[in-house]
Write a protein that binds this ligand. Structure first.
Ligand code: PRP
Length: 208
């Protein structure tokens, strides 16, 4: 079974508190999404493979390391967009592959609308970036897409998850590790995470 990692980092807890607050405006909301994602990705990338190298310093030679695997950052449009840039700065050699999915408001089923993945995979590890794991439908669909592409090391990085969504993702893809700031209480009757933070896409883009 994949890891379900709920961050215990004090900075994540403090930033999530401000993120949730109704009065937090879109600019601060975007900054917090970026910062929390960075902290979560620090935790999610703990097992990236390294190869030893040596480097010349001004005073001699030092042992060092290279990242071996190519990492793909996969934001789920549109709310995942705000999770890309901070992580990308930390891992500038990674590739960004967008997947467009929205959740039908009536059925809560994911609807795919954008995918430009090339035929053959170009990365070995994918980090799916999407702030909300609610029913789990979108994350299951995103993992389906990446596995069909040919990537088998996939991690999900989100801000909030509902227990229902984690269960659905684990059932469909037990090999996928999940990194979130917090697992919240439950979903309400229209599929929103409670207590949650509202609509992560609308709050980032000011479209409420
Ligand atoms: C939200 C969120 C996830 C999905 C989660 O996106 O960003 O992609 O819903 O729900 P699920 O786990 O029940 O599938 P939304 O459909 O609101 O689209 P948006 O990012 O374009 O706002």
């Amino acid at each position: 079974m994949g890891i379900i990692h709920e961050s215990q980092h004090p900075l994540v807890k403090q930033k999530l508190t401000i993120l949730r607050r109704t009065s937090t405006d879109p600019k601060v909301f975007r900054e917090l999404i970026r910062e929390i994602t960075l902290l979560l990705c620090y935790e999610a990338t703990f097992d990236l493979a390294l190869e030893p190298i040596s480097v010349n310093t001004p005073l001699g030679t030092a042992d060092g390391y290279n990242l071996v695997e190519k990492v793909g950052l996969v934001p789920i449009l549109r709310a995942g967009l705000g999770m890309v840039n901070g992580v990308w700065e930390m891992m500038p050699g990674s590739e960004v592959w967008h997947i467009g999915l929205y959740r039908d408001e009536e059925t809560l089923q994911p609807v795919a609308y954008y995918n430009k993945l090339p035929d053959a995979p170009t990365v070995q590890v994918c980090l799916i970036l999407d702030p909300m794991l609610a029913t789990g439908g979108s994350s299951v669909a995103a993992v389906d897409t990446l596995k069909t592409w040919g990537v088998d090391r996939i991690k999900y990085v989100g801000i909030l998850a509902a227990p229902e969504g984690i269960e659905a993702l684990q059932y469909a893809h037990p090999d996928v590790d999940v990194y979130v700031a917090k697992v919240d209480a439950h979903l309400n009757d229209i599929g929103f995470i409670v207590p949650g933070l509202g609509d992560a896409g609308d709050r980032q883009f000011g479209t409420i």
